[in-house]
Design a binder for this molecule. Structure first.
Ligand SMILES: Cc1ncc(COP(=O)(O)O)c(C=O)c1O
Length: 492
């Protein structure tokens, strides 16, 4: 039997039965069969074939003949097109460009949580860094100023953004010592998300490689892949405060490597990279003439008196793109406002910058009401500081989650220095976890807590998960107690 034909028929049978990978994983678990999402992905992508027992299970779950699924010609095969009363219905499939794109922050475990919620179950969602639902609100002044300007924001703005917004961002870049930045080098976006997508689309051709951290904020890998490039993951070292492993970066650079992505402060680890670490990365980027993309959306959520250093400030001779926004520091993730700053050696990226401009023009502009409060938000007193000092919500919630989580037998963690995430490790000798997505599903079903498994952040071993510590103390305490209880009996 051929892997390709099997993959094709499996996809068809899944589509026609309306079952997703997660449904099959669950159905298998229900029948005591060990089948992880990674296995199914491999089948669907034509990489491997299942064992007989799994094949039998798949055929039965998908209600197709085993022989047909295997790739044999049989009498009763599902039709590619459904016959609806004499008229053949055309079916539309998603683009194959999406086949290798993974974005689990809103993925299958989240779908299952949605199904449970629809059935009336209350779920505690620790899967996404969305401050507002946890009682974090925008500063009053931001709301007031947006209201006042709303009627002036009815039209499109300049494609890169309003003058006032870009001026404020330029001044912010000056405070961060980012070199060689003019108004023309600043682009606003509908969140950093849109700009990540734009940057990857404008840069990557098939065969181009880009270095992305593991674990990562998965949008980076998703956008690089969607753009046709190859995301090459370099390891961040848990033993060294989750800093990037320089030897691993060096090993993974090839003639096709165009750029390196840094996420600093980091999601999902909460790490903050000191200047010395950034200097080493710049050194490597310099040697290989790489573009540096630095996602610094958490740069104003740094604790313990530490200072955030923008890597671009250390690399005036390289081309850097620095990303930030107001989703996290001003708790207005829903307003959709972020920006990117091009800096350093722009001559080496002249043509690429033309591409960025073109894509920026094509989306006309970013959300104008949100742009209108950038100046208000970036100037004056930064209310986020109340949250990140001792006594503040983010600081105290971090203390609680770190202390409680690391008291659970078999769980260890590096204390986060910034943002509002922690990436704890599960002892493999104790829990024997081979499928971390199944771990997240089992926790969801048992304790009604939704979090994302390490694999969702392109972490290769099935031994981590991410906690978002935005909920209030009492909710967080109850959640970690429940996780502790779950881990007192759980193993795979
Ligand atoms: C590292 C990182 N970059 C970018 C984003 C997206 O931010 P935005 O709301 O500006 O699109 C997030 C959101 O969680 C993030 O964690």
């Amino acid at each position: 039997m051929s892997k390709e034909l099997f993959a094709q028929r499996l996809k068809l049978a899944m589509e026609q039965s309306g079952q997703k990978q997660v449904d099959l994983v669950q159905a298998a678990a229900g029948r005591g069969i060990k089948l992880g999402k990674s296995h199914i992905s491999q089948y669907v992508n034509g990489k491997t074939m299942p064992r007989q027992e799994i094949l039998r299970f798949l055929a039965s779950a998908l209600q197709v003949e085993e022989a047909w699924l295997k790739g044999e010609e049989t009498q009763s095969q599902p039709q590619k097109e459904k016959n609806t009363g004499g008229i053949t219905m055309r079916e539309f499939k998603k683009s194959s460009k999406l086949n290798h794109v993974l974005y689990d922050v809103r993925g299958p475990v989240v779908d299952e949580a949605a199904r449970m919620e629809e059935a009336g179950t209350q779920i505690l969602k620790l899967n996404i860094g969305n401050p507002a639902p946890f009682g974090f609100h925008a500063p009053d002044e931001v709301i007031y100023d947006m209201r006042r300007q709303l009627t002036e924001c009815e039209g499109y703005s300049d494609a890169k953004g309003l003058f006032s917004a870009r001026k404020a961002i330029m001044q912010y870049a000056q405070l961060k010592h980012i070199p060689n930045v003019s108004m023309e080098d600043i682009y606003t976006g509908n969140g950093v998300s849109e700009l990540i997508n734009l940057c990857m689309s404008a840069l990557l051709d098939s065969g181009d490689e880009i270095l992305i951290p593991s674990p990562d904020y998965p949008l980076w890998t998703a956008c690089a892949t969607l753009a046709g490039g190859t995301a090459v993951h370099y390891v961040c070292d848990e033993q060294a405060e989750w800093y990037p492993d320089m030897d691993d970066i060096k090993k993974k650079i090839t003639d096709h490597t165009k750029a390196i992505v840094l996420i600093n402060p980091n999601n999902p680890t909460g790490a903050l990279y000191p200047k010395e670490v950034l200097e080493q990365i710049v050194e490597i980027a310099r040697e290989h003439q790489l573009i540096i993309f630095s996602d610094e959306i958490y740069d104003r959520l740094v604790m313990d008196g530490a200072e955030h250093v923008s890597v671009a400030s250390l690399a005036p001779d390289l081309f850097c793109v620095t990303f930030s926004g107001l989703s996290k520091s001003h708790m207005i993730a829903g307003y959709r406002i972020g920006w990117m700053i091009l800096s350093g050696n722009k001559a080496m990226a002249k043509d690429y910058i033309e591409g960025l401009k073109m894509l920026s023009n094509m989306r006309l502009c970013s959300n104008v009401p949100a742009q209108s409060i950038v100046q208000t938000a970036l100037g004056g007193y930064q209310s986020v500081e109340n949250y990140i000092k001792p006594g503040g919500r983010i600081y105290e919630q971090r203390e609680l989650v770190y202390n409680m989580m690391t008291s659970i037998p078999g769980v260890t963690a590096v204390k986060p220095k910034a943002a509002f995430y922690m990436f704890p490790k599960l002892d493999q000798n104790k829990f024997h976890i081979t499928d971390d997505e199944k771990f997240a599903l089992d926790l969801l079903r048992d304790k009604k807590i939704l979090l994302i498994h390490g694999g969702g952040f392109h972490w290769q071993q099935p031994d981590h998960f991410r906690v978002v510590y935005l909920p209030r103390m009492e909710v967080l305490k109850e959640a970690v107690e429940k996780i502790g209880d779950f881990l007192s009996y759980y193993h795979q």
